[in-house]
Design a protein around this ligand. Structure first.
Ligand code: GLY
Length: 570
């Protein structure tokens, strides 16, 4: 995807703050006094903001924002996928909701393999067997039951109206529509929605109406979670599964439960970090990296200087190795050393092995113990703060862009292909990244490991920054760099999000740079330290909010790496 710069202007006065809020040659955040939503689609941000203007809580707004994204951002916004919600109230109460998809009851460790033990036709990523049991509706419903102020039905309604009335599509949906036209093995149920007719793709600016999706949303509006997991929607989904050779049954849907989990917590230079525990690797790895970096004077090294990039890389290398070695679904992996991985003492030990001007080598001796699964860059994140100062950080996904690309006939929503996040061949690990280790092998009702990192940064119990991003395994590093950009380099939230980013994930031992963002000199000095570089176009689409503690003013920014992102406040 090309960088798609879109400037958002707002006018404001200089206020007394901890961090500068005036753009220093970069972008200017959107400013609001009461509440803010920053998401990947302007209609979703505006709908979430309007819910709060009507008295809704941050969780209410997140329900609305998520359902609107399921209509307006079909590449990742969803009801057929799963994700994580991190919540922190203005008075320091924090929790998380885990609505990651699950393997169906009939899933087996070897379900994607042929007689020779090889993966059949990429079937863990493509086709009906790649679909995990969706969690999004259960997760939103559970969060609303605990923290909602407005009626559930009123929160789902805006999405229904947009699905029925339609909205102008972005070049990104045009791209999907064109792809459908060119591909022979497209599901007719998908083509019916995302093509104009059998011969014509949708064009950017065309209006997309989704009547079947509107009807499904009405059942969810009227019956809550049961409107998805039981009754007509469940019937449409399981009949479709049966007809297409899928394995998700009524029992799978009935059994699905979202979980409320304690967040994983750390600290960084006096700020509290509240993030997602396993089955996401995000919070654990983020806190481990921040702990390592806390021992270095990053601000003195200079923003995105070769020296600071070197230190970031070395922290990434070490924490991602631990991700690969230790993390999986906690319901199936009891002995994960989370306390150790997120401790300051462990970080101090790891720091000892970092040379100031020399790259270390990713130790692949433990490679057979690693699980380097492929994760897609397509996911979406939104950040919310309500007028009371309560915050929600929510990332959810269909896995790849448009998930399995399979729309449920008659129900109008896309299914995920999240089963591809499991290790597909038990015991088989190779240098191309196919991993077969135990913690993330397929088991019925197990959740696949994720990198989604919805995070809240707080000071004295009050949220000050809400941040997250899509981007598969790059997510954790994107979130890391936005946090460091604000805390160490005093960038405002928009500048912190816009800044170019890097990604290292232990193996392969190479650092990806956004190719537009770093000077040749910086890259040369960095390479002279022994690092290998690969260029990429963009990394992530961070959506963030910063709340100035002294003035209470709220600053939001939507990453211009997204087509339709917007921070909307009032
Ligand atoms: N499917 C991407 C993730 O969960 O990290």
């Amino acid at each position: 995807m090309l960088l798609y710069p879109r400037l958002v202007f707002s006018f404001f006065l200089v206020l007394s703050v901890n961090f500068p809020i005036i753009a220093q040659g970069g972008r200017i955040p959107v400013r609001a006094e009461n509440a803010m939503v920053s998401s990947s689609h302007y209609l979703a941000s505006e709908a979430g903001r309007d819910i709060m203007a009507r008295g809704g809580s941050a969780v209410d707004a997140s329900v609305t924002t998520a359902f609107v994204l399921a209509v307006t951002l079909p590449s990742a916004g969803n009801i057929g996928g799963g994700g994580f919600l991190v919540y922190q109230s203005a008075n320091g109460e924090s929790t998380t909701f885990n609505f990651r998809e699950k393997a169906p009851l009939a899933a087996t460790k070897t379900m994607y393999l042929d007689e020779e033990g090889k993966i059949k036709d990429n079937s863990n990523h493509e086709g009906i067997l790649a679909v995990g049991v969706p969690g999004t509706v259960a997760g939103l419903y559970k969060a609303h039951q605990k923290y909602g102020k407005l009626k559930w039905a009123d929160l789902v309604q805006p999405a229904i109206e947009i699905a029925e009335k339609g909205f102008p599509i972005s070049p990104e949906i045009e791209g999907f529509s064109t792809w459908l036209l060119q591909n022979k093995e497209v599901y007719p149920s998908t083509a019916r929605i995302f093509l104009k007719d059998e011969q014509t793709a949708l064009r950017s600016g065309d209006t997309l109406v989704q009547q079947d999706l509107a009807e499904t949303l009405k059942r969810i509006r009227d019956k809550g979670s049961d409107g998805f997991y039981k009754g007509k929607t469940a019937g449409l989904l399981t009949d479709f599964m049966k007809a297409e050779g899928g394995i998700i049954t009524r029992e799978d849907l009935r059994n699905y439960e979202a979980q409320e989990l304690d967040p994983i917590k750390g600290s960084y230079r006096g700020y509290e970090i509240i993030s997602m525990p396993p089955p996401s690797s995000g919070g654990t790895v983020l806190i481990e990296m921040l702990n390592i970096l806390e021992g270095f004077d990053l601000s003195k090294k200079g923003h995105n200087s070769a020296e600071s990039l070197h230190l970031l890389t070395e922290a990434m290398r070490r924490a991602y190795a631990d991700r690969a070695l230790f993390l999986g679904d906690p319901d199936f992996n009891e002995a994960m050393p989370l306390e150790k991985l997120t401790s300051k003492e462990y970080a101090a030990d790891l720091r000892q092995s970092i040379e100031p001007h020399r790259a270390s080598v990713s130790d692949s001796a433990n490679f057979s113990e690693a699980h380097l699964i492929y994760e897609s860059p397509q996911t979406t994140h939104f950040s919310i703060v309500d007028p009371e100062g309560n915050a929600v950080s929510l990332t959810y996904t269909l896995e790849q862009s448009y998930g399995s690309k399979i729309v449920v006939e008659g129900a109008g929503f896309l299914l995920n292909n999240e089963m591809g996040d499991f290790n597909p061949i038990p015991g088989h690990t190779d240098t191309r990244g196919l991993i077969g280790t135990e913690p993330n092998q397929i088991e019925p009702e197990k959740r696949m490991l994720s990198s989604m990192s919805p995070t809240i940064v707080a000071k004295e119990g009050r949220p000050v920054m809400i941040i997250g991003s899509p981007g598969g395994r790059t997510i954790i590093n994107t979130v890391l760099q936005v946090i460091v950009n604000v805390i160490d380099y005093n960038l405002n939230i928009a500048e912190a999000i816009e800044s170019p980013r890097i990604h290292h994930q232990w193996l392969p031992d190479v650092t990806r740079f956004e190719d537009w963002g770093f000077s040749p000199d910086t890259k040369r000095i960095y390479q002279e330290m022994g690092h290998e570089i690969e260029l990429r176009s963009v990394q992530g689409q961070a959506m963030g909010i910063y709340i100035d503690k002294e003035s209470g003013m709220i600053f939001g920014a939507a990453d211009s790496r997204s087509y339709d992102g917007k921070a909307a406040g009032y």
